[in-house]
Design a binder for this molecule. Structure first.
Ligand code: NAP
Ligand code: MG
Length: 549
């Protein structure tokens, strides 16, 4: 069984409580430009500690925030790109100056170990700011297009990138800092303004993001944060006057967002759930592969869109691999995520613990076996913890192999041939990411290229989102569109062309009036320009007349 780090009991965790009149909770310096009607308290899911209150934005207040963002956008876009980048660098300096406080807030509000808050959220954003600060001037520069067409030789054409306007960003609680921050940074660099609706359980992280941009001196209205519930505040944002919605969250809500946005033909990027497979070939470095599986399945308590959610192991090394995984999982320490010697913190809330446990129970009923874990634990009284769980005797048709678990559960199955492993990996409605482990990199790549996911990694897992230069996004029900990389940046612009005729005083041959002569001239030109050789073109013209060619 995993080790449980026990801490002295604290108050029972509670979520979405109304704020007490006495307002004893610490107030975050919220970027709440309009007075909100009600406030709620955010609690630490590991301890029940009150972390502070956040305003609940009404639909009217959301519309007002969008209007402020709309009003601010032309001025923001009018700043030279270098100036917008300088603002992002100021944000980065502020992050660096307050990295300890930030990691603490992220850890306390989301339940993830502080090391992960630093590693997977703070470093990721510093790196992303550096990457786009350097690359955006190249990626967003005007591009002169070649003009090989004879008829257009006197024209020049360039493509350029214009901001879309106001971007509505809706983010999840599992990466409460890095996900919204990376979308905001890319959107702002492109000259858009944004309205962010953070996931309600991590509203304080969302408000802290607004504060970062305030402190960097970004003008009023450029980053608006509207905290509140998904169904009211978030819904108002999607229905509001935004030019694009960038949503990260579950498939079910993502589908609803797309349907809602489609009514206005508003484009939407959807970064959704996953059921990521890991394939372990018989020639893999087995110990390292087992370490990877344990980390990939259990970091952030398995509440990772790209976490390892199912492992397929070659039958000849299956027993050895399972033993290694069970041994390593059993050594993990579960406890208060602020404790530096803890590997797994708390789940986001008790509801998530229940959801995960119910899925494990259904798998057991269907014939699976738990080798370690498999139950809620309470290293801190009242906290929302679940033990890292390894399951075997699972079948491909079980819910545990098909539906996203979003918890620390690792089901392991055998395979016989590479073809079978690929088929099993692809047998899913999801397609976010995957990993393949083998010493033979050629063989691993052959397998990797056949897996239908937005990202595949060889001999490691779950790190692609941390690369700002790599596209991130899903296939099938895992999403629509991309984030990060040049493709993610281009989600925030209108890609336009601008054509200029250099001989403005001259009439074009394709303008009016039309005549038989024009028609014949066009036919001859077509033969000359598009035949396989000039000789063939001439012969085609000489032999013409039968069918008009
Ligand atoms: P969720 O329940 O879908 O919520 C995501 C966001 O949508 C939250 O801010 C939520 O607000 C809001 N929302 C809910 N209903 C809404 C509505 N009707 N209109 C507008 N917004 C609405 O997802 P979650 O539980 O926060 O996050 C977990 C899911 O996110 C998992 O499925 C995970 O795989 C996925 N995820 C994907 C990626 C990726 O990059 N592909 C990354 C991280 C997470 P409330 O919190 O107030 O309900
Ligand atoms: Mg998981």
């Amino acid at each position: 069984m995993p080790t449980v780090t026990t801490k002295k009991p604290t108050k029972k965790a509670a979520q979405k409580k109304p704020a007490p009149k006495s307002a004893t909770a610490k107030k975050p310096a919220a970027r709440a430009h309009a007075p909100a009607r009600t406030e709620r308290i955010s609690t630490n899911p590991a301890t029940g500690e009150d972390l502070g209150s956040y305003p609940v934005f009404t639909p009217d207040e959301v519309r007002a925030a969008i209007a402020r963002a709309r009003a601010a956008q032309p001025r923001w876009a009018a700043f030279p790109l270098a100036k917008r980048i300088e603002f992002m660098k100021r944000v980065k300096r502020d992050i660096l100056n307050h990295m300890g406080d930030l990691a603490e807030l992220i850890s306390k509000e989301s339940g993830k170990p502080r090391v992960e808050a630093h590693n997977a959220e703070i470093i990721l954003i510093c790196d992303l700011i550096d990457y786009f600060s350097k690359e955006a001037p190249k990626l967003l520069a005007d591009e002169k297009l070649p003009m090989p067409q004879v008829a257009f030789k006197t024209k020049s054409t360039k493509l350029f990138y214009a901001p879309l306007g106001v971007i509505g960003i809706i983010s999840p609680w599992n990466w409460p800092f890095a996900i919204p921050m990376s979308e905001i940074i890319m959107a702002l660099i492109c000259g858009n303004t944004v309205v962010l609706k953070p996931a309600e359980p991590t509203s304080l992280c969302g408000l802290r993001i607004g504060e970062l941009f305030d402190r960097a001196g970004v003008p009023e209205g450029v980053v608006e944060v509207v905290s509140g519930s998904g169904s009211t505040t978030g819904q108002a944002l999607v229905e509001g006057d935004v030019d694009k919605v960038v949503f990260t969250g579950s498939v079910e809500v993502g589908r609803h967002i797309m349907e809602t946005a489609a009514k206005r033909l508003c484009p939407a990027v959807l970064e959704l759930g996953g059921k990521d497979p890991m394939i372990i070939c018989e020639d893999a470095y087995l110990n390292a592969a087992a370490e990877a599986a344990v980390w990939g399945a259990f970091f952030n308590q398995g509440q990772v869109c790209a976490s390892v959610e199912r492992v397929y192991v070659h039958e000849t090394v299956y027993d050895e691999f399972v033993d290694l995984v069970v041994e390593k999982a059993g050594k993990l320490r579960v406890g208060n995520p602020m404790d530096p010697d803890v590997d797994l913190g708390s789940m986001i809330n008790h509801a998530q613990v229940k959801t995960v446990h119910a899925q494990v129970q259904r798998a057991l009923k269907a014939g699976a076996r738990v080798l370690t874990g498999g139950e809620p634990v309470e290293p801190v009284k009242g906290g929302a913890f679940y033990s890292p769980t390894v399951m075997v005797d699972v079948r491909q048709d079980m819910e545990i192999m098909q539906e996203e678990t979003f918890g620390p559960v690792l089901p392991i199955m055998k395979f016989t041939t590479d073809e079978e492993a690929v088929a099993l990996a692809n047998d899913s409605r999801f397609g976010l990411s995957a990993s393949v482990f083998s010493k033979n990199l050629k063989r691993a790549e052959l397998i990797a290229r056949q897996i239908r996911t937005g990202a595949v990694s060889i001999n490691d897992c779950c790190y692609t989102y941390g690369l700002p230069q790599a596209p991130w996004g899903g296939e099938k029900e895992s999403g629509v569109g991309r984030t990060h990389s040049r493709f993610g940046l281009y989600e925030f612009v209108s890609i336009r062309s601008l054509g200029t005729e250099m001989l403005g005083q001259v009439k074009r041959p394709y303008w009016y009036p039309y005549s038989q002569g024009t028609y014949e001239m066009l036919q001859k030109a077509t033969s000359l320009l598009y035949s396989d050789s000039p000789l063939e073109g001439v012969l085609r013209i000489l032999g013409s007349g039968k069918n008009g060619g």
